[in-house]
Design a protein around this ligand. Structure first.
Ligand SMILES: CC(C)(COP(=O)(O)OP(=O)(O)OC[C@H]1O[C@@H](n2cnc3c(N)ncnc32)[C@H](O)[C@@H]1OP(=O)(O)O)[C@@H](O)C(=O)NCCC(=O)NCCS
Length: 184
């Protein structure tokens, strides 16, 4: 049996990682989920309604119903105002944790993703069961490659034909780069 990870609030100087609040859906729909710019390198299309965002956040980020499972998400919020600025989701298979994350467009290039990814990764690797943290990134997603490199991740090979991205083509799967940080 996979030993479950218990969600925990994490606090940084720029961002906090916390459970979802009812008031987050509208703000995250506006800044993040409905944006074609955000969805460019993601395997989903932009959301069409706040209720779609609400359903996704409930599925990913509600800790109450997830404490005995190994997958959960945090809302990334501004450390000063607690305004929701993005999301970070993880899947844990007992040894390796896979992370996915994003930040709303008005909040880009302020260091939010870098701090959130580093904080979540440090926390994950503080568990004895977790030996590595990894993610797959589209080869052209330069910004997120920079975020991962700053958080101590290393290039760990190319995943050929990894994902179909609706922004490019519904038919052709694109290559991704696997990034991984090992327990030191
Ligand atoms: C990728 C993403 C998470 C970055 O979030 P962010 O909060 O803007 O990231 P940060 O501010 O922490 O860091 C961005 C870094 O990229 C750099 N950067 C920005 N544009 C760049 C470009 N065109 N080329 C190279 N580097 C670039 C910034 O300078 C910064 O590095 P620095 O701190 O060394 O200067 C955000 O753009 C996003 O949500 N994109 C859409 C969803 C997505 O692609 N998620 C990742 C899926 S794996």
């Amino acid at each position: 049996m996979i030993h479950p990870l218990k969600p925990k609030e994490l606090h940084g100087s720029l961002v906090n990682l916390r459970a979802v609040l009812e008031t987050d859906s509208e703000q995250l729909f506006d800044s993040y989920f409905q944006s074609p710019e955000v969805a460019r390198f993601l395997s989903r299309a932009p959301h069409g309604s706040v209720s779609q965002t609400q359903a996704v956040l409930q599925k990913w980020c509600e800790w109450g119903t997830r404490v005995n499972k190994s997958n959960f998400g945090w809302v990334i919020s501004d450390a000063k105002s607690d305004c929701p600025v993005g999301v970070l989701y993880l899947m844990h298979d007992g040894v390796a944790a896979e992370v996915h994350y994003g930040i709303g467009v008005p909040f880009w290039n302020q260091g939010y993703a870098s701090e959130a990814v580093e904080m979540a990764t440090n926390w994950l690797l503080s568990h004895d069961a977790v030996q590595s943290v990894w993610t797959a990134v589209d080869t052209e997603n330069i910004k997120t490659r920079r975020v991962l490199e700053k958080a101590g991740f290393e290039h760990d090979g190319v995943l050929a034909n990894w994902a179909i991205l609706p922004a490019f083509s519904e038919k052709t799967a694109r290559d991704a780069i696997r990034y991984r940080r090992l327990r030191s």
